[in-house]
Design a protein around this ligand. Structure first.
Ligand code: NAD
Length: 263
């Protein structure tokens, strides 16, 4: 581990396990993209803090990858502030969706989404930066969305939260730069996860069409590559941003959107 301290990088670890000796905190790690990230980071040698509301699933993931489960509701500020503050990598991933026109949007749902998807990342990064600064190395990966760059009707809370996360990520990049800390966003289009599977089922019922038609006609309407992206592909991008060759990438937003934002 001395090599990590002295170089601020993972120089002498075996290829592929370049995060050996690092601690990685992943929120929403019990499912979907977060779970894929937790697995990929563990495979790269890191010890992973598996943070999620879903107790059983979080514990199962932690056990599977040799990490530590932290069962926390990220809308509970006190609980968030009790999470470990010694991660070398933070992956802000937990999120939730709610779809309604603005005039009908429940205020408490809007506030909850900002708490989980904006305030919690701020609180976690705020508490972890001193550790990263002390070591002269850190990586913040924010799982944003194509909705951090573009809007869709009826997703006011989600689009607001993701745009806020984009702004926060850039500020963290500026402040972290002199300390060896980078901060970036990843912006996936529709990913094959429970969050999306639920939307497919809901939209199919609402429009009276099949699940396949929802994916083709509604979800993939704006993407050039006509398929959903897999959680593992997002996890690989997160890992790439923490790898040995990407230390100059900071304040960036990396679209994994099959060409959606190319239009
Ligand atoms: P998912 O529903 O599969 O997983 C989300 C996880 O977050 C769940 O395990 C859930 O328990 C956890 N979580 C939710 N609220 C929480 C809270 N209050 N406290 C603690 N944990 C909480 O979702 P996913 O599709 O893997 O999404 C992960 C992230 O990726 C989200 O930020 C989402 O906005 C983003 N994203 C998803 C897609 C997609 O198409 N699935 C696209 C772009 C961005």
């Amino acid at each position: 581990m001395e090599n990590i301290e002295s170089t601020g990088g993972p120089a002498a670890t075996p290829a592929g396990r370049f995060l050996a000796g690092r601690k990685v905190l992943v929120t929403g790690a019990a499912s979907g993209i977060g779970r894929a990230c937790a697995t990929a980071f563990a495979e790269a040698g890191a010890h992973v803090y598996v943070v999620d509301l879903a107790e059983e699933a979080a514990k199962a993931v932690a056990e599977e990858i040799g990490g530590t489960a932290h069962v926390v509701d990220l809308s509970d500020a006190e609980a968030v502030d009790a999470l470990p503050d010694d991660a070398d990598v933070v992956v802000n991933n937990a999120g939730l969706q709610y779809v309604a026109p603005i005039q009908d949007f429940p205020v408490e749902r809007f506030v909850l989404i900002q708490r989980v998807m904006v305030e919690a990342p701020f609180r976690i990064v705020r508490r972890t930066l001193p550790h990263m600064y002390e070591r002269g190395w850190g990586r913040i990966v924010n799982i944003s969305s194509v909705h951090g760059l573009r809007a869709s009707a009826f997703k006011s809370a989600y689009v607001t939260a993701k745009h806020a996360l984009e702004g926060f990520s850039k500020v963290a990049a500026l402040e972290g730069a002199p300390h060896g800390v980078t901060s970036n966003c990843i912006n996936p289009g529709y990913v094959r996860t429970p969050l999306v599977e639920n939307q497919i089922a809901g939209q199919a019922a609402a429009h009276g069409i099949s699940a396949d038609e929802v994916v083709e006609r509604i979800m993939l309407d704006r993407t050039a590559i006509k398929r959903l992206i897999e959680p593992e592909e997002v996890a690989r991008a997160a890992l790439f941003l923490c790898g040995p060759h990407t230390g100059f990438i900071t304040g960036a937003s990396l679209p994994l959107d099959g060409g959606w934002t190319a239009r």
